[in-house]
Design a protein around this ligand. Structure first.
Ligand code: CA2
Length: 146
């Protein structure tokens, strides 16, 4: 059975409790529950991590292949716009990585317009709230995962 690593970046643990006008009312636990439901339909196993720490995200990506994952779904959150370390880890991990965002980063502040991750991701889905994650998972599973 395919095993997918889901990584939520910094502050996504605050979802549903702060800034609902921007990020909606869903908590991270609810998003994870919806993702797990979707995964069940596709008969895949998800391992879901949230980290506020750049190095920890780098380590998760670096161990992805060794830990027998076939793909990664990541919302790098604010690190999207700043982290060369996460970009390099995505590029080096040897697994297909789909980048997702709840919001349309291009419709927001200028500093969010650039993603350092998109050029090294398999693809990016953004702007659809929790559906970005569901669509991202579907896109990942649609690849010929090995
Ligand atoms: O739209 C997205 O998914 C983002 O990755 C979310 C990040 C943001 O920095 C990116 O530019 C776009 C922010 C995640 C933190 O979410 C919060 C939720 C509630 C309260 C505060 C932050």
């Amino acid at each position: 059975m395919n095993k997918i690593l889901v990584i939520h970046g910094p502050n996504l643990n605050l979802l549903g409790r702060r800034e609902p006008a921007v990020y909606g009312h869903l908590t991270l636990a609810k998003i994870n529950a919806l993702l797990k439901l979707e995964a069940k339909k596709h008969k895949v196993t998800l391992v879901i991590k949230q980290s506020n720490h750049e190095g920890e995200i780098v380590d998760l990506l670096g161990m992805g292949k060794k830990n027998k994952f076939q793909g990664v779904l990541i919302n790098p959150a604010a690190y999207t716009h700043t982290s060369v370390a996460i970009r390099d880890a995505v590029a080096a991990c040897g697994l297909p990585v789909v980048e997702v965002h709840l919001t349309n980063i291009h419709a927001r502040e200028e500093f969010r317009h650039k993603s350092l991750i998109s050029p090294v991701a398999q693809g990016t889905i953004l702007g659809f709230g929790v559906q970005s994650y569901i669509l991202g998972l579907a896109a990942l599973l649609d690849l010929n995962l090995k």
